[in-house]
Design a protein around this ligand. Structure first.
Ligand SMILES: NC(=O)C1=CN([C@@H]2O[C@H](COP(=O)(O)OP(=O)(O)OC[C@H]3O[C@@H](n4cnc5c(N)ncnc54)[C@H](OP(=O)(O)O)[C@@H]3O)[C@@H](O)[C@H]2O)C=CC1
Ligand SMILES: O=C(O)[C@@H]1CCC=N1
Length: 279
């Protein structure tokens, strides 16, 4: 992995998280390049990470220059811009450079058509805890991607979290659970803070209680064999206070509400795949 040359095209919330995670995992900044659109984002990232960052605003060839000689190129721009970016870099890619798209709603077939014939491609659905090495990332290889090329991508991504391989039709499910998932957990923390305020706590105290509870519970969930249901039961004394809260959640249909939210995220990915079909 240390000798794998990585190029991040776009380095915002998601690609920036993977980039930071890869560096924190021990990658040599000299093996990593990135591009952004604006000069200000590029300067900030360069200062923070020490990697070479080119800005499209300053150099119209930035993306093409950044992919030259790269082993793996990660496309991390907004979904509507991914296929244009793929077409832009196509002439500058080496035939064996693996192009990884982290975009929601851009199908492998659309990527294949936007890239040179036979270019190895991988679709990835990551999440932002990748920045601290605690991401969970799915990979789905395209038809021209060899087992060895997929292995290189998995090795790179393993440095920022847990990697699972899924068939393309299940990327929507990964998006609904873990791609969008960190936002659900932060939303829960926000709701818990608000509940604390409604119960009479001042904002700062409510915020500390909510944040520490969510992050502390996350640490308890970390071991591979940790079971969410068992951890929940350990807090829930029969006839006690927690039982009242969980019963209220069940009565109000919170599980179904979460399932509906995840399904809505997945469905939005489908809608985007129709829109960004690449035809
Ligand atoms: N955010 C998340 O949690 C997740 C996002 N994704 C996917 O990641 C992708 C990016 O989303 P996100 O990181 O949230 O978006 P951001 O807006 O945070 O980041 C977009 C990045 O792309 C750069 N950029 C824009 N146009 C170009 C261009 N033509 N060439 C090079 N760089 C460019 C921007 O630069 P500048 O800062 O200068 O504008 C910025 O660095 C999306 O496709 C999304 O579906 C997938 C899983 C999770
Ligand atoms: O909200 C989005 O569209 C992206 C994809 C998954 C998480 N963030």
């Amino acid at each position: 992995m240390s000798e794998t040359t990585l190029t991040f095209l776009g380095a915002g919330s998601m690609n920036g998280s993977i980039l930071r995670g890869v560096l924190a995992g021990g990658a040599d900044p000299a093996d990593v390049r990135a591009t952004t659109r604006s000069a200000s984002s590029a300067a900030e990232l360069r200062r923070e990470t020490g990697v070479t960052v080119l800005a499209g605003e300053e150099d119209t060839e930035a993306n093409r220059k950044a992919v030259a000689g790269a082993d793996v190129v990660l496309l991390g721009v907004k979904p509507y811009a991914v296929l244009d970016l793929a077409r832009e870099i196509a002439p500058a890619l080496e035939p064996d450079t693996v192009v990884v798209s982290v975009a929601a709603g851009v199908a492998l077939d659309a990527l294949r058509k936007a890239l040179p014939e036979g270019q190895p491609v991988v679709r990835c659905m990551p999440n932002t805890p990748s920045s601290v090495g605690r991401g969970v990332l799915s990979v789905t290889p395209g038809e021209h991607t060899t087992a060895e090329q997929l292995g290189v991508v998995k090795t790179v991504l393993s440095s920022v979290g847990t990697v699972v391989e899924v068939p393309e039709h299940l990327i929507r499910a990964v998006t609904g659970v873990s791609g969008s998932g960190p936002a659900y957990v932060f939303y829960l923390a926000e709701a818990m803070q608000r509940a604390g305020e409604q119960l009479g706590l001042d904002t700062d105290t409510a915020r500390v209680l909510a944040k520490e509870t969510v992050s502390g519970a996350g640490v308890l969930l970390s071991p591979e064999d940790a079971d969410p249901a068992a951890l929940r039961r350990a807090v829930t004394s029969p006839g006690g206070t927690t039982e009242q809260a969980i019963t209220t959640f069940d009565e109000k249909g919170l599980r179904d509400i979460i399932a509906a939210g995840a399904a809505a995220s997945a469905a939005k990915g489908d809608e985007m795949e129709q829109e960004y079909g690449g035809e």
